[in-house]
Design a protein around this ligand. Structure first.
Ligand SMILES: [Zn+2]
Ligand SMILES: [Zn+2]
Length: 310
């Protein structure tokens, strides 16, 4: 009898934890990582180490939330994880390093190109770090919005981006499931624009790491309620809608972080009911997308075999 009572108590304790995480998990990860990264920029330790610590902790926390409060029980099945999932996930960091090396170290770091790349000189370098981060995020969002929108609307860019949209389940591990050139251009667009307006490298790194964490959250299978964040961020529901086959979301929600640019251009879409976004991915009768990494590398060059109903 005693055992029974305590097991009922444990169960309701876990349910209590679930509802707290569901309600506050999104804001806690978002604001928590922001504050630690801010401390990393201003504090006594190397930002690189702080960033790695924050990224690894976020991965563990988001994975934990996916197990504790799955959005879809049919997603997040460990047996369905493919080799391609693992390769894309592991490729994200070296691709990010490559664009930093090419744009920041080689291009902006070389004296004769520095003035060439920094075409504007009005950046408020002395403003508060968080104010600079806010400005950076707004600017990058606008350009990433257009890059992302073009990957849907320009046919030869869609050949690459369709690989990201071949996902039929969204899980944190699949947040970097992109054709390598596509993810390179996505991140490099932001870095390039920031170098043009003369943003400090520390702020660029701060923004890149934080944007990466929001990408992990937006692709996760955690059933997080974003609440008031939904009104100004391109939060999880927006991105799930963006991946859905039937909803107009696939023609909406191109922004990375804020949803202001989507609002301005009339492409914001968030359904009232966020419990089920229907089938995700590409229309099966229109695409014959391979699922191994190497075959997917050839997709843009093999388009007539991939796109069935042309
Ligand atoms: Zn897309
Ligand atoms: Zn996505």
């Amino acid at each position: 009898m005693e055992g029974q009572v305590s097991s009922v108590g444990d169960h309701s304790g876990l349910d209590g934890l679930r509802s707290v995480v569901r309600r506050f998990g999104y804001g806690t990860v978002l604001v928590g990582t922001l504050l630690v990264l801010w401390w990393g920029v201003a504090g006594p330790y190397s930002f690189g180490y702080v960033a790695i610590g924050v990224q690894l902790t976020s991965i563990v926390v988001i994975l934990g939330m996916e197990f504790l409060i799955p959005h879809q029980r049919t997603w997040g099945n460990i047996h369905k994880v493919t080799r391609a999932d693992g390769i894309y996930f592991l490729l994200a960091a070296p691709i990010d390093q490559l664009q930093i090396f090419l744009l920041v170290t080689l291009l902006a770091g070389t004296a004769q190109y520095h003035h060439f790349i920094q075409v504007f000189d009005f950046w408020p370098r002395d403003a508060h770090v968080l104010a600079q981060l806010f400005l950076v995020t707004m600017i990058v969002d606008f350009f990433k919005y257009w890059y992302h929108r073009w990957t849907h609307e320009v046919p030869w860019l869609w050949r690459m981006h369709s690989i990201h949209h071949s996902l039929d389940r969204l899980e944190m591990l699949r947040a970097s499931y992109f054709f390598p050139v596509d993810i390179f251009l996505t991140v490099a667009t932001g870095t390039f624009v920031l170098l043009m307006v003369g943003v400090d490298y520390r702020i660029i790194a701060f923004h890149n790491v934080w944007a990466g964490i929001t990408g992990l959250l937006n692709h996760s299978n955690a059933d997080l309620k974003c609440g008031f964040f939904d009104s100004f961020l391109n939060s999880i529901g927006h991105h799930r809608a963006h991946h859905s086959v039937a909803l107009p979301g696939v023609r909406s929600n191109y922004g990375s972080f804020f949803n202001f640019t989507d609002r301005i251009f009339g492409t914001r879409y968030l359904p009232e009911d966020q419990s089920d976004f229907g089938e995700l991915g590409l229309e099966e009768d229109e695409y014959d997308m391979p699922d191994t990494f190497l075959q997917q590398l050839a997709v843009p060059f093999n388009w007539s075999r991939i796109r069935r109903a042309n």
